[in-house]
Design a binder for this molecule. Structure first.
Ligand code: ME8
Length: 512
């Protein structure tokens, strides 16, 4: 069986998870489910990044032991992912002993090879970004990434010689157009390589920042949080533990990240893997940011922060997942507005998909004793409908492999709307009076479209898909091929799955 390994970033536990964390994790879960639908053995891991100054300071602020502080936040992350219907195969924690042992073995290997060396260091550290910058990198003395202040650090430190692998990596990139998605990001990475790579500082003096994994060759230091965190991707799939699993999954890996951590994943990570002698992941997928209304970055002070918990509580996980996957053009920034959320739900789920689910099943239950009629009568019009449907359907799987999620969802909605139009044009509610055979054939085609579009949407709305299965008495033919619905099998009437959300203040009784 073909394999696929998908990862999310591991998130800092310096506060509760937010919309951005929910988004990448849902995205990764949806792709895992698409791959499974297309016959792959697909697994995903997510988790948390527990070391580093930011977490250390957050715990100190709460006057808590750092490990106890991390432990206390884990249920917030696992709880949110559960609410988002994420089916992860592993929840990774960087404070697990087996991870720490592997990180130390990697550090020792690179040290023994001469790829890690000690030197004087002077640089500016941005704690929120957990990233070192030179004086030249800064904007008016502030972090070039987040604009916040940095701290000058002067100490002896250990360095990883990234430049040693820059040439090999540049050659790799020049031969692999599909390594970084979206493709335009490759130029950004080549630009960084062209400027030349400096050695990467990979240690912190323990007396200043003790919260990390100790360097195996110098116990006065802990390793830099990114050197520890990035290795979760290989450590979580059997590196140095289950070599067979590692060898079969790792080359299929897709590391999914937000654009904020491009440097770490597209420069540090590939050069680290090359130094270790490991293959690179198959792809790195970089998505944009969710912004608040007005296109501003979400922030508590602007009052435009979206709480995924609250939306799921009110409107359900499927509508939330559908919106974030449908509305964000993958690779670009998106604006989260409640108005667009209501529109997507009401127009596409409640109206288009909801109507399709109801009509076909209700007519079959009422007029054909709840048994799927056989498509015995064919008209040119029915053939044209089936041909168009099959044409669009055949393009969806390749779109997913290309990460064209938006186009794929556009096409699924096209199939749904096309079937609604076919029903309106054929009017089976009139045909039942004078051409029962043709009516049965139209209803067969419509229910077959329900089955296939239901399957295609199942990675996006997995919870509602379980309810869609009830129409098919709990078991649905799994083939993504038109005509596999078995005539004569019994079905149930659909119950309303996507009630319209009332947004008119006069009807909801709310003032806004
Ligand atoms: O960077 N829109 O963790 P982190 C979309 N621990 N996605 C967003 C987002 C937004 N507004 N804000 C955050 C770290 N994200 C490191 C990662 S991996 C080896 C170590 C998502 O808690 C997006 O995936 O800051 C982004 O890359 C990630 O959260 C950053 O999470």
């Amino acid at each position: 069986m073909k394999k696929k390994y998908l990862t999310t970033p591991i998130y800092y536990v310096n506060g509760k998870p937010h919309l951005g964390h929910a988004y990448t994790t849902i995205l990764c879960d949806a792709f895992k489910r698409f791959y499974k639908l297309f016959g792959y053995q697909a697994i995903m891991i997510t988790g948390v990044d527990e070391h580093g100054q930011k977490v250390y300071e957050a715990a100190a602020e709460k006057k808590m032991d750092t490990q106890a502080y991390c432990d206390s936040l884990i249920p917030d992350f696992t709880g949110l992912f559960e609410k988002c219907d994420v089916d992860y195969d592993m929840f990774f924690r960087t404070t697990d002993t087996s991870h720490k042992i592997k990180v130390q073995a990697i550090l020792q290997k690179l040290y023994d090879k001469g790829d890690i060396f000690k030197d004087d260091y002077e640089g500016n550290y941005c704690t929120p970004c957990e990233t070192f910058f030179t004086e030249k990198d800064l904007n008016d003395g502030r972090c070039p990434e987040c604009g916040r202040g940095t701290t000058l650090i002067k100490e002896q430190n250990y360095f990883f010689d990234m430049a040693k692998y820059a040439g090999e990596y540049e050659k790799f990139l020049s031969e692999r157009d599909d390594f970084i998605y979206p493709r335009f990001r490759k130029n950004e990475v080549l630009g960084i390589l062209k400027k030349g790579l400096r050695p990467l500082c990979i240690s912190r003096k323990k007396e200043k920042m003790p919260w990390g994994i100790e360097l195996p060759f110098d116990k006065d230091f802990v390793t830099y949080v990114w050197f520890d965190a990035l290795t979760n991707y290989i450590n979580g799939i059997g590196y140095m533990e289950d070599e067979e699993k590692f060898a079969s999954y790792w080359p299929t890996a897709v590391n999914m990240i937000g654009k904020d951590i491009l440097l770490h994943h597209c420069i540090y990570w590939p050069t680290m893997l090359m130094a270790m002698g490991n293959p690179l992941p198959k792809e790195i997928l970089i998505h944009g940011w969710w912004m608040g209304e007005g296109g501003k970055k979400m922030s508590k002070s602007l009052g435009n922060v979206i709480d995924p918990d609250e939306i799921i509580e009110k409107y359900g996980s499927s509508s939330f997942r559908f919106f974030v996957l449908r509305d964000m053009s993958l690779g670009h920034d998106g604006i989260f507005s409640m108005e667009s959320f209501f529109k997507r739900h009401n127009v596409e789920l409640a109206n288009d998909f909801g109507n399709l689910l109801n009509r076909a099943s209700h007519m079959i239950v009422k007029n054909f004793d709840g048994k799927v009629p056989a498509p015995v009568k064919k008209t040119e019009f029915c053939d044209a409908f089936v041909n168009d449907f099959v044409n669009v359907l055949s393009g969806i799987e390749p779109l997913i492999y290309e990460y064209e999620l938006n186009k794929a969802l556009d096409d699924i909605m096209k199939l749904i709307r096309g079937t609604n139009k076919y029903m309106e044009d054929c009017a089976p509610w009139k045909l039942i009076k004078n051409d029962r055979e043709l009516c049965g054939s139209v209803l067969y085609n419509a229910l077959e479209a329900v089955r296939i579009t239901g399957l295609l949407l199942s990675p996006v709305i997995p919870k509602k898909f379980e309810e869609i299965k009830n129409i098919f008495k709990g078991s649905i033919e799994p083939e993504l091929e038109f005509g596999k619905l078995v005539p004569g099998r019994e079905i149930n009437k659909a119950v309303p799955l996507f009630p319209k959300i009332e947004t008119d203040p006069k009807k909801t009784g709310k003032s806004n």
